[in-house]
Design a protein around this ligand. Structure first.
Ligand code: NAD
Length: 444
């Protein structure tokens, strides 16, 4: 190795054996998100776009993205020259599209659910697409056609009528052709050239040119996240969001069967996302030699990365937690509720049954997280910050809602009516009881 010993990139070490419950709770913690502070900062931007529409949107885009636009929205058909991409990249996007589409099409709610709860009382439930959706594709520091695929495909297969894809423009006013190509593939009805809080506000309220949407999806930096939280709480906007978002995370569980180079590569693929990436390795009864091998691999592979400066900050914040069994490791992971869980375990598939809280699970040595990030078929927009306890990742149902319905025959009402009238009397809601009794009398 060609770097100095004091330049080593290494994780912090902890042992589950003999730690106090306070110390354990500390290990499960994420960095504090200052959401109140950020919401106060984005409010003037959101209010400005709401009040002044396109004029504000264009000014903010000039200020934050250095792009001078005369119009913020592009409608299809998109000009072919705006989607010209390398044939190899196009082939890769096309294959990813097929896999993600295949998996998300299988999730489309099938035929209506119909149940006769009592003779003559038929209840049903059926899905309908959310009419208008807004997809935020981050674009500040990297181009992310993969995020456009992960949000656009479920919207498309769910049957959303209006799909607005927002992403910050480059200083020359253009959008990366890869993202434009995906916008075309997923049938976007508009591309909004704007980023940050201003893009979220434009989609939440609509402007002269930007269509208003009913639900906003997608990851982004703290400006985007805070704006989503703000508009979600405004009843005038009448808009919902996919889920709360925080920095990306991985928890890797490795035992004696794990390949140290694979484990290190998986840890680093998360660490390169950003300086606030959360990386946890749970080491199951590893010998000191094996652990040292993993550490050496992390250090050596890190120094060879183009994003080594990001990794230099994220890896030292990461932790290695020693566990004495796979069960103890999974129990720790369930308490942590990671966005991504990678199992480098002997008989990895058998441990999946014990997973209670995780966004997406990567099973066995040949299943790197990267495959789920891009192209296996699963979605990469997943709950972070411990929200995997109660949230699912983005999926086809995220773009639909369910309507229930009931139909009752005169005979059905004869049986059900007295039950309802009794409960209505009990709650003192006389008009409710009347609505039943007036019909029962008419049927006599
Ligand atoms: P971004 O598109 O989220 O944000 C860029 C926008 O931020 C700009 O257009 C600007 O409007 C706004 N902005 C920046 N500085 C501002 C300021 N001082 N005041 C007001 N607005 C400001 O792109 P990004 O910044 O590169 O962030 C991308 C984020 O998305 C990262 O945090 C990354 O981790 C996350 N991400 C997550 C996933 C996932 O699935 N979890 C996937 C991809 C990206």
């Amino acid at each position: 190795s060609c770097h100095k010993a004091d330049d080593r990139i290494r994780m912090r070490m902890s042992d589950l054996a003999g730690i106090t419950s306070e110390q354990r709770a500390q290990l499960l913690k994420r960095p504090v998100l200052k959401s109140d502070e950020m919401i106060a900062k984005v409010k003037p931007i959101v209010d400005d776009v709401r009040a002044r529409g396109d004029a504000a949107l264009l000014e903010l885009t000039a200020k934050f993205d250095k792009a001078q636009l005369t119009s913020a929205v592009v409608f299809p058909p998109f000009a072919p020259e705006t989607m010209q991409i390398d044939p190899d990249v196009q082939a890769a996007i096309d294959q990813a599209y097929l896999n993600i589409r295949k998996f998300h099409e299988a999730q489309v709610a099938q035929d209506a659910l119909v149940v006769e709860t009592m003779p003559g009382v038929v209840c049903s439930r059926f899905a309908r697409p959310i009419g208008r959706v807004g997809l935020y594709v981050p674009g500040g520091t990297a181009i992310l056609p993969s995020t456009a695929l992960m949000l656009g495909i479920p919207a498309q297969v769910a049957g959303c009528k209006e799909i607005v894809l927002a992403t910050p423009p480059r200083p020359d006013g253009s959008i990366s052709p890869e993202v434009m190509y995906v916008a075309h593939r997923v049938g976007a009805s508009a591309v909004l050239k704007a980023g940050g809080a201003q893009a979220v506000a434009a989609m939440a309220y609509g402007t002269e040119t930007v269509p208003k949407v009913d639900k906003i999806f997608g990851p982004g930096n703290q400006w985007v996240t805070a704006a989503k939280m703000l508009v979600q709480n405004d009843t005038d906007a009448l808009v919902s969001i996919d889920m709360p978002a925080g920095p990306s995370e991985v928890l890797v569980i490795a035992d004696h069967t794990a390949n140290p180079a694979f484990v290190a590569a998986d840890l680093l693929s998360q660490a390169e996302h950003g300086v606030d990436s959360q990386v946890v390795l749970v080491a199951v009864s590893l010998t000191p030699e094996k652990l040292a091998e993993i550490e050496q691999e992390v250090d050596a592979q890190a120094h060879a990365l183009s994003r080594v400066d990001i990794v230099r900050q994220s890896i030292p914040k990461s932790i290695v937690v020693k566990a004495s069994s796979a069960q103890e490791a999974i129990a720790f992971s369930n308490d942590y509720a990671p966005e991504h869980l990678i199992l480098h375990l002997e008989n990895a598939p058998k441990h999946v049954a014990s997973v209670e809280n995780a966004g997406s699970v990567f099973v066995g040595p040949f299943t790197p997280e990267s495959c789920g990030d891009y192209a296996s078929g699963t979605n990469h927009t997943l709950p972070t910050n411990g929200y995997a306890r109660q949230f699912s990742g983005v999926n086809t149902l995220s773009f639909q809602k369910h309507i229930t319905s009931q139909q009752i025959t005169p005979e059905g009402l004869k049986k059900l009516g007295p039950v309802v009238a009794t409960l209505a009397d009990c709650e003192g809601l006389q008009a409710h009881a009347n609505a039943v009794r007036i019909r029962l009398r008419a049927n006599e």
